[in-house]
Design a protein around this ligand. Structure first.
Ligand SMILES: C[S@@+](CC[C@H](N)C(=O)[O-])C[C@H]1O[C@@H](n2cnc3c(N)ncnc32)[C@H](O)[C@@H]1O
Length: 232
C-alpha cells in the first residue's frame, strides 16, 4: 500500500535534531546505520586490549560493540546531550564528553589506538580540525577509521534526516566528495592506509529494503583508515 500520510518537513539546528532523534535513533530503520554497524563489527576482532575513542559517538552503539570485543578503554564525545544520555544508559563503562569533536578532548596525546568517526562528518564543513584532533590522540601505531556516507550519494542529496510521526526532520549537512577527505588527511599530516567503498552486496544477512533501494552495486558507505606517515 502506498504511504498516503501527509508529512510536514521541518529543519532543526543540529543539536535539537539529534536531541529529538535520540529517543528512537537506535531502533530507526536507517540504511547507513545498518551498514556502519557491520563495518564496526568487522573492526571488533582487532581492538582487543586497545584504547578506543569515538568522535560523534551518539548513543554509544559502536563503543559498546568495541568494549564487548575487548577494547581496554572506550571513550567518546558528542555535541548532543540527548544522544549522550542514551549512551550513558546503554553502557555505564563508557567515558563520555559533551563537546565538539574539533575541540581537544581531555585525553592524553598519543593515548589512543583507534579513533573512530562514524556517520558524523556529514555535519562538519571543514574536515581538517577533527582529523587534527584525532591525530593528536593517536599512538605511534594507531589508526583513525572514518565510516561515512559515500560521496556519490552525498552529492545526490542523500543526507541525515528522520521521520517522527508525520514530521520529517532535516538538519544541517555538508556533502563531502573524495577530495575533501583526501585533502584534509594530507593537511593533517595523515596517510591514507586504506579506502574501501561498501556496496549493499558487501553486507551480510537479510538486507533491509532501504539498503537495496538503489540496487546491490551502488556504494552506500566509504571507509578510510588513516595513520601516521611511515608507520605500519
Ligand atoms: C548519525 S549520528 C552517528 C552516531 C554514531 N557515530 C553512530 O554510528 O551511530 C551523528 C552524531 O554525530 C554527532 N555530531 C555531529 N556533529 C558533531 C560535532 N561537530 N562534534 C561532536 N559530535 C557531533 C551528532 O550529535 C550525532 O550524535
Amino acid at each position: 500500500m502506498p504511504d498516503r500520510q501527509i508529512h510536514t518537513s521541518i529543519a532543526l539546528p543540529l543539536v535539537d535534531a539529534y536531541d529529538r532523534w535520540s529517543a528512537f535513533y537506535d531502533r530507526y530503520d536507517n540504511p547507513m546505520v545498518f551498514g556502519a554497524r557491520q563495518i564496526v563489527q568487522g573492526l571488533a576482532p582487532s581492538v582487543a586490549g586497545q584504547a578506543v575513542v569515538e568522535f560523534g559517538c551518539g548513543t554509544g552503539r559502536n563503543l559498546e560493540c568495541l568494549r564487548l570485543a575487548g577494547a581496554r578503554s572506550v571513550a567518546g564525545c558528542d555535541i548532543s546531550a540527548g544522544m549522550l544520555a542514551q549512551a550513558r544508559q546503554r553502557d555505564p563503562a563508557l567515558r563520555l564528553f559533551q563537546q565538539d569533536m574539533a575541540q581537544p578532548i581531555p585525553l592524553e596525546d598519543g593515548s589512543t589506538d583507534l579513533v573512530l568517526i562514524a556517520l558524523a562528518l556529514e555535519h562538519v564543513a571543514d574536515l581538517t580540525p577533527p582529523l587534527r584532533a584525532a591525530k593528536r590522540l593517536l599512538s605511534s601505531r594507531g589508526r583513525i577509521v572514518l565510516i561515512e556516507i559515500h560521496p556519490f550519494l552525498a552529492l545526490s542529496n542523500v543526507a541525515a534526516h528522520f521521520r517522527d510521526g508525520a514530521t520529517i526532520v532535516t538538519m544541517p549537512t555538508v556533502a563531502h566528495d573524495f577530495s575533501d577527505f583526501l585533502n584534509a588527511a594530507e593537511t593533517s599530516g595523515l596517510r591514507v592506509a586504506k579506502c574501501r567503498e561498501w556496496r549493499p552486496r558487501d553486507f551480510e544477512g537479510p538486507l533491509p529494503e532501504k539498503v537495496l533501494k538503489r540496487g546491490p552495486d551502488i556504494p552506500l558507505i566509504v571507509e578510510f583508515e588513516l595513520r601516521h606517515p611511515g608507520r605500519g
